[in-house]
Design a protein. Structure first.
Length: 92
């Protein structure tokens, strides 16, 4: 993981092949994630480039503001709906 942090500091964009190698998956899997919207990438000609910030988010090194808001909303909804049960479980 530390090695990935060092790599991310040196480059702004990565190819699909580089990301696949970092994640230990195939390039096809990376393309599927890009098409589904799970990975944000920019198309340059026939190729895609992935910003280093996106890779940091994928690797869990960085949480974007948008994702942070989604998490906060999910936590609020869970507490609102299951707060009593969560409190009871916390006492066990």
């Amino acid at each position: 993981m530390a090695r990935n942090k060092d790599i991310l500091k040196n480059k702004r964009f990565f190819s699909t092949a580089e990301l696949a190698k970092m994640l230990g998956v195939s390039r096809v899997a990376v393309f599927k994630k890009i098409r589904s919207g799970a990975i944000h990438a920019e198309k340059i000609g026939r190729n895609y480039i992935i910003p280093s910030e996106e890779i940091a988010a994928i690797l869990g090194l960085f949480v974007s503001e948008k994702r942070r808001k989604e998490i906060d909303l999910s936590v609020e909804r869970t507490v609102r709906e299951y707060g009593d049960a969560l409190r009871r479980l916390g006492k066990e």
